[in-house]
Design a protein around this ligand. Structure first.
Ligand SMILES: Nc1nc2c(ncn2[C@@H]2O[C@H](COP(=O)(O)OP(=O)(O)OP(=O)(O)O)[C@@H](O)[C@H]2O)c(=O)[nH]1
Length: 893
């Protein structure tokens, strides 16, 4: 599998290596060519500059040869000692050269003094000038120069002009006689060079062999008086007459290619220089351009080659993948084919249909071995005549077989029939027979038919089993076509709705919708079918009309026969829920009745659930008594509801005993003066707690009535002050307070009208009553709020003074006695009457068993007052009966 890929990779790599080698060769040739062109340009340039140097050398040689000749001529003239002739010769020399070229012609004698100068004015006396120190004089004086000597440029001491001294020695009679000097302007030489060197990049110079500049084609002034650098001068220290080198000019810094030539016969060198870069730059630029262009081309070639290589490899990889896939597919296809063949084989084996053939003319039927085998006969072909065949068909199915055959022959319908055939064992076996005419006569009548027998016994049994299962259940099962018609009914459904059992015959089918009790039900059923289509199942309860015309409630549950096909057949399971619906209806009726009764109950009723969490029922009366708005109470949270009630109703409702609400009755007084009686009890059913109930009633009137009765029971009817019972209760309470230390003191005061019998006797009983009432009022008015007066007996009254000490009470008794005595009582007849009273005072003691004990002491003190003349007050003391002079007050006052 990997071999092709590796081979491809090697091939691609080799191709790339080959390409790289070709490119390397190309580049090598290209670079060599470019370098050769460069070298050619350089060689041409060297040739040119060398020629320039040679030309300069020749020109200098020509010029200086001419001047040497001039010097020789002038020397001869000077030797002739004819001053005028010498002067004329000098003049001629100056005339022969351009103006400014020959600056001076001078003669120095043997001692260096200037004996002649062309600059001297004729006849004018001349200052003594010596050139003894000058190089050119000393060279000749020392005989170091054989011919003409060319000096370094010297600057004129007076003129400041540069000049080159061309000099020759003068000899007279073999003796050194002086020096003839011709001063030549370097400019004159430079003019020669101008024609050779063009522009600033080109340069021609004339040098002495020692490197000193004599002339330069440009910027001469910058170099005169100087020498070229030593390293450059070293180039000239050779035996060669010419040479070349490349260096940077010290004058302008330009890099030049220099060529030099010696001036023949003279220690001078003519040198020419050409600036390097303008000469070579175009070639180098072209070289750069060529390299750049070729580099781009190379890069393009390499990129293309790499891309091609990559694409090639990719393609090879995808080809390989495709090949792998194809191989895989081929494998899978082969496997699938094998499986399919296996399935076909097993299907053929499993189906195992039998074949039959029927000769319509003779009526002879031939079964193959499989047909016989299905029925339990030996698996051999069987030949049957029509009579025998029909005899083997179940009597109930014979008509079916005949009808199917006639339908096929007469109307061309498909011959397909399910029938039971007799088995070898004598039982019945279900077979589906299908067939077709294989030969027909001229009229189209079948002459021969061929077909198959399929063993459907198992299927039939399964259908029977399903049918039995469907019929055994309590549910009614119907299957509806997509149009809503009943296509199948199980036994119960068939019985209920008057339908055939099982699959419904075609033709006029009954729609499921038509079974609905009314139009509303039909609409609901249509909606249910829509829900079923969307959700795959649907459920509702509906009232359906039975075969006998009665209506019954059914729980209808529909599910799609094929869950994927919402518009397909639907299986409806119907469960009779009529009894439950009727029970629910009755229950609902009972509940409503109960609710109506509760609502009309004259007292408030509130019912909570078994857990005491929420209110389940409340009537109108409860609403009104609890002063609630009309919002329904049922469903409210009990705790929240109780928290919203006015105190102390909430606490009273939620009072608990253990885990349950407390049972029992209580009356709650509200801030608005009302009294509500709440009776709470658990709702139990055979010991099971169903809930809790509160019965609420308005007890205000009853309470008032009871209060009135209570008041009456404790009030003396005649005088309106508390009667004995009320007084004694209060006295006992005071005693308890005393015992408990709630009060420090308390005292009793007993008073009795003196000779009251006489009042009755004199003024009548009614007048006596008036007196009693007036006395009671007088006493009541004199008391503090914490005190209490009570009528103890006929004309006897008692007063309880809470917090008062006994002795202080005696004083109060006296005040009361005087107040009574001073008050005239108006009688009914118009007469006025003054009465007196006798009083007894006793303090309540902590050791008293009861209030009655204290009352007895006060009574004893009061009788003491009576016995001692009446109209007085006595404070009880222990020795009172025996006391000679008991402490008493007011007697006879
Ligand atoms: N009008 C009238 N008289 C009453 C009433 N209750 C008692 N009495 C009379 O009060 C009188 C009491 O008389 P007594 O017990 O003898 O005492 P008294 O006449 O006041 O004489 P002393 O108490 O000893 O001063 C009787 O005549 C009773 O009939 C009453 O409700 N109305």
């Amino acid at each position: 599998m990997h071999r092709p890929s590796r081979r491809y990779a090697i091939l691609v790599t080799l191709a790339l290596v080959g390409l790289l080698a070709a490119l390397a060769a190309y580049w090598s040739v290209l670079l060599a060519s470019q370098r050769s062109q460069q070298r050619e340009i350089e060689a041409q340039t060297w040739l040119r500059v060398s020629r320039m140097a040679l030309a300069a050398s020749v020109q200098v040689r020509t010029l200086l040869s001419g001047l040497d000749y001039t010097l020789q001529t002038l020397g001869a003239a000077y030797a002739a000692r004819d001053a005028a002739a010498f002067d004329a010769a000098v003049h001629a020399v100056r005339e022969a050269y351009p103006d400014g070229a020959v600056l001076q012609v001078a003669v120095a004698d043997a001692s260096g003094g200037i004996a002649y100068s062309s600059l001297d004015e004729a006849g004018a006396p001349r200052a003594r000038v010596s050139i003894l120190d000058r190089e050119h004089f000393q060279v000749h004086a020392r005989q170091q120069a054989a011919g003409m000597y060319v000096s370094r440029p010297v600057r004129g001491r007076v003129s400041q002009r540069w000049s080159i001294q061309l000099s020759r020695a003068l000899w007279r009679d073999g003796v050194f006689a002086g020096v003839l000097v011709l001063s030549l302007s370097p400019d004159y030489i430079a003019q020669y060079f101008d024609a050779l060197a063009v522009g600033t990049g080109e340069e021609v110079v004339l040098l002495r062999s020692d490197g000193y500049y004599l002339a330069r084609s440009q910027r001469q002034d910058a170099v005169l008086g100087t020498a070229i650098p030593a390293d450059r001068a070293a180039f000239f220290r050779t035996d060669e007459d010419s040479g070349r080198y490349v260096t940077d000019s010290q004058v302008d810094g330009l890099r030049r290619m220099y060529a030099w030539h010696r001036v023949p016969g003279l220690p001078l060198i003519a040198s020419a220089g050409l600036e390097r870069s303008p000469v070579l730059a175009p070639g180098e630029a072209e070289f750069t351009r060529v390299v750049a262009r070729n580099a781009l081309g190379t890069a393009a070639i390499l990129t293309t080659a790499l891309l091609a290589a990559w694409l090639t490899l990719q393609r090879e990889r995808s080809d390989r993948r495709r090949r792998l896939l194809e191989e895989r597919f081929a494998q899978l296809a082969q496997q699938a084919l094998a499986r399919s063949e296996e399935r076909l084989r097993s299907t053929l084996h499993a189906v195992r249909d039998g074949l039959w053939e029927w000769d319509c003319t003779s009526g002879k039927v031939v079964w193959d071995g499989r047909c016989a085998e299905i029925l339990g006969y030996p698996a051999e072909a069987m030949a049957l005549d029509m009579e025998r065949f029909l005899d083997m068909v179940h009597p109930a199915d014979r008509t079916l077989v005949r009808t199917a055959f006639q339908g096929h022959v007469g109307n061309g319908q498909e011959f397909r029939v399910e029938m039971r055939l007799r088995t070898a064992a004598g039982g019945w076996h279900s077979v589906e027979s299908r067939g077709d005419a294989t030969q027909r006569d001229a009229q189209g009548q079948p002459l021969q038919m061929r077909g198959t027998h399929t063993d459907i016994q198992q299927r039939v049994e399964q259908v029977q089993l399903i049918g039995a299962l469907l019929d055994r259940g309590s549910a009614l099962v119907l299957m509806a076509t997509p149009q809503g018609d009943i296509a199948y009914a199980n036994e119960r459904a068939a019985r209920s709705f008057g339908l055939p059992v099982g699959a419904q015959p075609g033709g006029e089918r009954i729609s499921l919708q038509s079974l609905q009790a009314d139009a509303q039900g039909a609409q609901r059923f249509a909606d249910l079918r829509a829900t079923l289509r969307e959700q795959g199942s649907a459920r509702d309860e509906a009232r359906l009309r039975l075969a006998d015309g009665s209506l019954r409630w059914f729980d209808l549950q529909g599910s799609l026969l094929d869950a994927q096909d919402g518009d397909g057949r639907v299986v409806w399971t119907l469960v009779d829920v009529d009894a439950r619906r009727r029970a629910e209806s009755a229950l609902e009726h009972a509940r409503r009745t109960l609710a109506a009764i509760v609502d009309r109950f004259p007292v408030g009723v509130l019912v909570a659930d078994a857990q005491g969490r929420s209110i389940v029922a409340a009537n109108q009366q409860a609403q009104e008594l609890l002063r609630l708005d009309g919002a329904p109470l049922a469903g409210l949270d009990l705790q929240e509801f109780a928290a919203g009630l006015v105190p102390p109703l909430g606490e009273a409702l939620l009072r608990r005993e253990g885990s349950a609400f407390a049972a029992g009755s209580s009356v709650q007084q509200l801030a608005d003066g009302r009294h509500l009686e709440i009776e709470a009890f658990a709702l139990l059913d055979q010991g099971r707690r169903l809930g809790h109930c509160w019965v609420i009633s308005d007890a205000t009137e009853r309470r008032q009535r009871e209060s009135r009765l209570e008041t009456l029971a404790l009030t003396d009817a005649l005088t309106g002050v508390p009667n004995r019972r009320a007084f004694m209760e209060r006295l006992d309470t005071e005693m308890q307070h005393l015992h408990a230390g709630l009060v420090e003191h308390a005292a009793l005061l007993m008073l009795d009208i003196d000779h009251f019998k006489r009042v009755n006797d004199t003024w009548g009983h009614a007048a006596g009553d008036v007196v009693l009432r007036e006395l009671a009022q007088t006493v009541a008015r004199a008391l503090r709020s914490q005190d209490m007066v009570g009528r103890i007996g006929g004309e006897e009254f008692a007063v309880l003074l809470s917090g008062a000490a006994a002795r202080a009470t005696l004083q109060r008794a006296e005040e009361l006695r005087l107040a009574v005595a001073d008050r005239a009582i108006g009688l009914p007849e118009g007469a006025a009457l003054n009465i007196t009273i006798s009083l007894g005072v006793a303090g309540l003691r902590a050791d008293d068993a009861s209030g009655a004990t204290a009352l007895e002491r006060a009574d004893a003190a009061m009788y003491h007052s009576k016995r001692n003349g009446r109209n007085r007050s006595t404070l009880w003391s222990a020795d009172l009966p025996q006391a000679a002079a008991p402490e008493e007050a007011g007697a006879g006052r």
